[in-house]
Design a protein around this ligand. Structure first.
Ligand SMILES: Cc1cc2nc3c(=O)[nH]c(=O)nc-3n(C[C@H](O)[C@H](O)[C@H](O)COP(=O)(O)OP(=O)(O)OC[C@H]3O[C@@H](n4cnc5c(N)ncnc54)[C@H](O)[C@@H]3O)c2cc1C
Length: 418
């Protein structure tokens, strides 16, 4: 079988990229090393869909992602028993120290982009969310996104995209680990030739796209194409629990990102999640994605629960399990890299930095645009793309996701809130 493009990695980004390439008629094959798609960091994602970012274009991309999830049942064919992932739009509430000068500016920028964003003072918060605890003299304010929420099942969402990609003609191969990216010197430069799998199978293609999530840095190295902006795996411990006995009370809660107490909460009774939001909790860099401690430390889970209970004192999970996931972080600025590289035919859609499940189907589309433009003869280094996001009409500058960008300033001291 001949291929126009090979995608390394069947996470939500790789499957989305393949989907959009296949829709354009490309013969595309996804190689996923696990037995099913979506078992990498996507499976462990909290899948919160929020729009508060420090950069306007990132806000717009997050909004575009939200609109995609709202239309998900029209976008992808149903799976077994009619199942698809779905958005629970319970709202997203950011809790911030009161009086931060950046908050009104942020709310204004969000509204300019079309995001519904409300600023709430302490009393308005207490009235709106009566089951949350706000101390009488607490210096807190809220930035509330009523349209936000979370996607219930990120692994299912990946299967949805893989199904849509297959229906468009993509070939999704699981249990196929890429161990080599083949390159050769040609016409004074490096060109990609294809990949070799662990089973020693050689697949030739003029285009190879690295969508390997936390393994992306390693794949760039074996492709002899290290980037100036680097990606590295960052270990995350998240409290994962059930709390079905509190389903009714949880249903009245928004997603909470509490920067005062240092946690986020996904109020899903079946898959409750409590994770970290402070940069000082995000320091566990891993040298090699396959070599990390896979068990969540009890003490860390306890710390997450205690942080959340400062705001939700009645929270009593039925069963606490905990999980460990890896972010694929662009270490310099926590923004994705969706770009061509200096190796002809070799592309990347990586560095989603723990924050871009929310717009993954859109990022796949952006990646397909970058690939198509370059394959058609446009050098996007010389002529960067600006793409109109289909749902919102926002003109998205691909320079934000360039491998050659000056790192985006770290607004919150670095970290997942970007
Ligand atoms: C704990 C956690 C919480 C998160 N919470 C949120 C959130 O609330 N909101 C949000 O928007 N985002 C969130 N994210 C981020 C989001 O989940 C990721 O941005 C997204 O899932 C990345 O998808 P991916 O396809 O790039 O990576 P992955 O899902 O990791 O996919 C990469 C795939 O490549 C495969 N692979 C790797 N190497 C090879 C190889 N050599 N050959 C073949 N296959 C290979 C892997 O098996 C994997 O399936 C979170 C992430 C984590 C870990």
């Amino acid at each position: 079988m001949s291929h126009d493009a090979i995608v390394i990695g069947g996470g939500i980004i790789g499957c989305s990229t393949a989907w959009h390439l296949a829709r354009r008629g490309a013969r595309v094959t996804v190689l996923e090393r696990e037995a099913r798609v979506g078992l990498g960091s996507t499976a462990r994602s909290t899948a919160i869909v929020r729009q508060r970012y420090s950069h306007e274009a990132a806000m717009a991309l997050a909004l575009e992602g939200l609109r995609e999830w709202e239309r998900w049942s029209d976008r992808v064919p149903p799976g077994d028993q009619g199942k698809r992932a779905s958005l629970r739009n319970c709202g997203v509430l950011f809790l911030l120290p009161a009086g931060e000068p950046s908050t009104p500016q942020l709310a204004r920028s969000m509204r300019q982009v079309g995001i519904v964003a409300e600023q709430l003072d302490r009393d308005a918060l207490a009235q709106r969310f009566p089951t949350l605890q706000f101390d009488a003299d607490e210096s807190v304010e809220g930035l509330y996104e009523p349209e936000g929420g979370y996607v219930d099942a990120p692994e299912q969402a990946t299967r949805d995209v893989a199904r849509a990609a297959a229906a468009a003609g993509a070939n999704i191969v699981t249990g196929a680990r890429v161990r080599e990216v083949l390159t050769e010197w040609r016409d004074g430069g490096l060109s990609v030739r294809g990949v070799r799998t662990d089973a020693n199978e050689l697949l030739e293609a003029p285009t190879v796209i690295n969508c390997a999530g936390p393994h992306s840095g390693w794949v760039n190295l074996v492709a002899r194409s290290p980037l100036a902006l680097q990606t590295a795996p960052l270990r995350q411990v998240v409290l994962h629990a059930t709390a079905t006995s509190q389903a009714e009370r949880l249903a009245a809660l928004p997603v909470i990102a509490d920067l005062r107490h240092g946690y986020y909460l996904r109020p899903d009774p079946e898959r409750l999640r409590i994770g970290a939001v402070w940069p000082e909790d995000e320091t566990e860099w891993i040298a090699e994605a396959d070599a990390h401690e896979p068990t969540a430390e009890r003490a860390v889970l306890q710390r997450r629960l205690e942080a959340a209970r400062k705001r939700v004192p009645w929270l009593e999970p039925d069963q606490i399990m905990g999980l460990v996931g890896l972010y694929d972080v662009t270490v310099q600025d926590w923004y994705p890299i969706v770009d061509r590289t200096d190796t002809r035919g070799y592309f990347v859609a990586i560095g989603t930095s723990g924050a871009w499940f929310k717009a993954a189907p859109v990022i796949g589309w952006l990646a397909s645009e970058v690939v198509t433009a370059n394959v058609s003869g446009r050098n996007t280094d010389a002529q960067p793309l600006e793409l109109t996001l289909p749902n919102t009409g926002y003109r998205f500058p691909m320079s934000l996701f360039s491998r050659r960008r000056t790192p985006v300033p770290l607004a919150y001291g670095g970290g997942v809130l970007g």
